[in-house]
Design a protein around this ligand. Structure first.
Ligand SMILES: C[S@@+](CC[C@H](N)C(=O)[O-])C[C@H]1O[C@@H](n2cnc3c(N)ncnc32)[C@H](O)[C@@H]1O
Length: 342
């Protein structure tokens, strides 16, 4: 049987860890992507207050719902960031002379096409490697690249960020792309852990392009997460269906409601599930349960908002030097380019 050659972007000492079952999509050998999630769900649900890590939101249905959210009139983030990328892709790619574009949490990579187009226009070749826990996003990206960018080499890494970026060969000049203000989903301990690890994994000729949603009017922010179609509520509460599937638990969507608000002290949107009545949630596979009290909240996701200058200064402490700052006419969203300090 013919085996697919291992991607050139993987560091030699990492290559043995990866395998492929489908053309162009790679997973870590011997690991199940849902193994760690189960432990993570239980540990944070027993925390005070109870909370969840954001990546559990992206099962197949969650990924589909997020795509629909991106089309909503209230969700200005996607179209604003897309307009910045469309206008600035040529400048971004010119400023970052790379062979490879690695996208973290790529989703369906719809906005990234502006960068891929420019990479081919300016260099006539390139590698695109999206990293995501969502397989449906990777499959959609693979299809789009095969159709629209056949000259690009494609390798999708079905993995969590850190497993993905620590495997990338440092000698290949790479632009790491992290869009959608997904960085806002990190809490105050995830944030430094992520950037320390990413910066250490980056080579001396690497760059980072970071999309960050900015601090702005509270009404505008709260509308974006309380859309009139209720899609954000479905997206957030769907995490409990995903957890039921993973752990055999009995979360009941009829006994909870969605609530989102802007916490002005922490400058973050907080998205909660709140129990409408007291009830017991059981996890039969691990023989445990907890009493979810009436009105008790589970923090499902945060979306932090940023001051771009402060973010630039902060990332200097991770050896990421700010090179360019792109924004829109309303100054609602920022796309920041950094160079790894060699
Ligand atoms: C907010 S969405 C953004 C998607 C896309 N980049 C955009 O801008 O529209 C976050 C994406 O990151 C992925 N993701 C979340 N946590 C992850 C993790 N720890 N490792 C890898 N992917 C993750 C999700 O599956 C999802 O596709």
């Amino acid at each position: 049987m013919e085996t697919e050659p291992l991607p050139s972007i993987l560091a030699p000492h990492q290559k043995a860890r990866w395998k492929t079952n489908q053309d162009g999509i790679w997973t870590l050998d011997g690991s199940r992507v849902d193994e760690v999630p189960a432990r993570s769900i239980l540990t944070t649900l027993w925390d005070q207050p109870r909370w969840l890590e954001a990546y559990h939101l992206y099962d197949q249905r969650g990924s589909d719902l997020f795509e629909q959210i991106c089309q909503l009139a209230e969700y200005y983030l996607t179209r604003t960031e897309n307009s910045i990328l469309e206008a600035q892709a040529a400048a971004i790619i010119a400023a970052a002379p790379v062979e490879c574009i690695v996208e973290l949490g790529a989703g369906y990579s719809k906005k990234t096409i502006h960068l891929l187009t420019e990479q081919l226009r300016q260099r006539d070749k390139g590698i695109f490697a999206p990293i995501d826990v969502s397989e449906s996003g990777l499959l959609a990206s693979r299809e789009a690249v095969a159709r629209d960018f056949p000259r690009l080499e494609f390798h999708g890494l079905h993995a969590r960020y850190e497993d993905g970026f620590t495997s990338i060969e440092q000698a290949v000049p790479t632009l790491f792309v992290f869009l959608g203000s997904t960085v806002g989903n990190f809490n105050h301990s995830d944030f430094p852990r992520f950037f320390r690890a990413l910066s250490e994994a980056m080579g001396p000729k690497d760059y980072l392009l970071l999309g960050a949603d900015r601090i702005k009017d509270t009404t505008l922010l709260e509308q974006a997460y309380n859309d009139s179609q209720g899609l954000t509520a479905q997206f957030i509460l769907n995490v409990f269906c995903h957890i039921n599937n993973l752990l055999g638990s009995n979360f009941d969507l009829a006994k909870m409601r969605y609530h989102a608000r802007f916490n002005s002290e922490w400058q973050q949107i907080e998205m909660y599930a709140i129990a409408e009545q007291r009830h017991r949630v059981s996890f039969p596979t691990v023989e445990t349960s907890f009493e979810w009290q009436k009105d008790e909240k589970i923090l499902v996701e945060i979306s932090r908002k940023f001051d771009p200058q402060r973010l630039q200064e902060q990332l200097r402490f991770f050896d990421l030097l700010p090179i360019e700052h792109f924004t829109d006419a309303n100054q609602w969203f920022s796309v920041l380019l950094f160079r790894k300090q060699g």
